[in-house]
Design a protein around this ligand. Sequence first.
Ligand code: CP
Length: 298
Amino acid sequence: MRGLVSLRDLSDAQVASILELAGRCREGFHPEGSLRGRTVTTLFYEPSTRTRVSFERAARLLGAEVLGFDPAGSSVEKGEGLADTVSTLAAMGSDLFVVRHPMVDVPALVQRWSGVPVVNAGAGRGEHPTQSLTDALTLVRRFGSLKGLRMGIVGDVANSRVARSHLELFPRLGMELSLIGPATLLPDHDPWGVSRCHHLDPELGDLDVVYLLRVQAERGAGRGIPSLGGYARRFGLGEDRLSSLKPSAVIMHPGPLNRGVEIDDAAADGEQSLIREQVANGVPLRMAVLAQVMGVAS
Ligand code: CP
């Protein structure tokens, strides 16, 4: 595997291999020291808590040295361009870049410019491959086979790189996906051919996975809805809607949460929520990705 820029780059066998290794790491298998002597550089041009910290923890658990690059306080503030920043960090001995950026093409560009593997940690409205793989690990651990399960992706799909990665990954794992949200927050272009619905309540009882998305105000999502309160009433998963769920259904969210908007405390912290499990699984999943990209584990 040469980097992980897009899930389209992974064969079904590679997806299965990552999930299998991540599952073993989750159970305590640590291929410790497998990245000893290697340097992993995190290059985050957008904010992050879960993704960045879990990549850094995963790299350290594998024995790598971690360089965390922050554009704030760096020579980016003096006008240094991305290509020169990447070239500078590559010259210091980076063996792999983990890249988050508001522009979709940047992870692929960094891989081309630097000549070292890149793992896409979220690029604009493009993809977030390791979030989807983390969520697949979480669902496999809960349900075993995913074949025939129904996932409703609820909310700001138009702005969501997580949703785009889910639409690439989960049908390949046998799941049926639907998009649920106001027309203004669903993508205009639909190459996936999945069903779309503008009302949450009629769908809830049929879903095995309710996957909630954050309304991304920083990408202008607020312009697509009259108010956050109105959105919460139509599409928010609150205590009043929990009784509509199948007893076996699970609630997921990639984080960060807008509590009181797309989800409330009863849904986020209740028995059907897998949100903390998603976060916990992020570390072993990223260990598996780093090990396989660096060719030190199979
Ligand atoms: N899910 C996710 O990407 O979270 P962060 O932005 O905190 O990394």
